[in-house]
Design a protein around this ligand. Structure first.
Ligand code: TXA
Ligand code: MG
Length: 325
């Protein structure tokens, strides 16, 4: 249960230069004052993040984005349509943004989150907040307060509990610094939605081209969001059903409860990601389920890609490919 005191405590901690974990509609974030480089350095330290990987700055509204970046008409229109929400835009940064936040890049990643608690904290703090996902570097992002606590243990910063995140996958990252808007990270807002809106070409992200160097987004390593247990990824549910070994050494993750009858588990541990295959539910449960599967310390986690019917399915597949890379 949340008390107003909790909110005040978190705001005071931030204003005093400290770090707190806050809920967003995508995943929990490790927040600090974006314009205070000492606070930003603390976030990098707690997360164990390479200083070459820039943070996303969270703002209350477009006006706050204009104070820290050189915006343009496309950004303004996109913000009208998709903010507050899970769209991060990369724009040229203004000098006020410390290089610690952007890892020395001349651009800054900005989004306006829709979670009411995060917005309340932004309002009360009165300043933009930098926040990477609240997980140790390269691990699974947390979608509940409890998962943040488990991830950091005794070094955990204070957490504002805002329940389970609605999307469960990180925001779509759209680069607006070059002529053709480019998706750097697929997320809940699909390339098609953005393309339709822009009425123009939009470059999708291409996995695993990141593996071949020249990454535009320094944080998008091909291996990311990974549990400790190796993952074996199948092209589709049919091949998983046909090929996945059933044994005590294996964990099998199915997309839907409905696929259970097809499946003889034979001692392998089974998890399901949704009741009826709803892609949003699958996205919301993905990280939590991978985490539970990981805790069993079996030899392998077997899971299949989804049909890429929409943007959320593409985002899920992107994370699965990274987790199994
Ligand atoms: O949903 C989200 O975006 C969550 C919540 C907390 O807002 N945040 C999140 O942050 O996922 P993080 O730091 O885990 O991922 C940010 C991604 C990284 O891949 C980083 O490399 C990229 O955005 N990024 C940040 N600034 C960038 C820039 N100036 N140019 C290109 N990529 C950038
Ligand atoms: Mg992250």
């Amino acid at each position: 249960m949340l008390h107003n005191d909790d909110l005040k405590f978190h705001v005071d901690t931030l204003r005093g230069g400290g770090v707190v974990a806050l809920p967003t509609e995508t995943v929990y974030g490790l927040a600090c004052l974006a314009l205070n480089k000492i606070s930003v350095q603390k976030v990098f330290k707690i997360k164990g993040r390479p200083t070459s990987n820039p943070l996303i700055v969270h703002v209350l509204d477009f006006e706050q984005a204009e104070a820290i970046s050189f915006t343009n008409e496309i950004a303004k229109e996109l913000a009208k349509l998709f903010w507050p929400g899970p769209l991060t835009m990369i724009l040229p940064k203004k000098p006020i943004v410390p290089r610690e936040v952007t890892a020395g890049l001349e651009s800054v990643a900005i989004r306006s989150p829709s979670h009411s608690l995060f917005r309340k904290v932004l309002e009360l703090t009165g300043e933009p907040l930098a926040a990477p996902s609240a997980n140790p570097h390269s691990k699974l992002s947390p979608t509940t307060a409890d998962e943040v606590l488990q991830a950091f243990g005794k070094n955990c910063p204070p957490i504002l509990d805002g329940g389970k995140c609605a999307f469960g996958l990180e925001s779509t990252v759209l680069d607006l610094t070059s002529n053709i808007p480019t998706i750097l990270r697929p997320g809940p807002i699909a390339e098609k939605e953005l393309g339709d809106f822009l009425g123009a070409e939009i470059k999708p992200s291409s996995f695993p081209s990141f593996a071949r160097g020249a990454r535009k987004s320094p944080g998008l390593h091909p291996k990311h969001y990974a549990p400790e247990t190796p993952i074996r990824l199948y092209q589709n549910l049919n091949s998983l059903v046909k090929l996945a070994p059933r044994s005590k050494r294996d964990v099998i993750i199915l997309p839907s409860r409905k696929s259970l009858p097809k499946f003889g588990a034979n001692g392998s541990e089974l998890f399901v990601l949704s009741n009826d295959g709803n892609v949003n539910e699958i996205g919301q449960n993905l990280y939590g389920t991978l985490r539970k599967a990981d805790k069993l310390h079996r030899d392998k986690i077997h899971i299949s890609l989804l049909d890429e019917s929409n943007g959320m399915a593409r985002a899920v597949n992107d994370r699965l490919r990274r987790a199994s890379f």
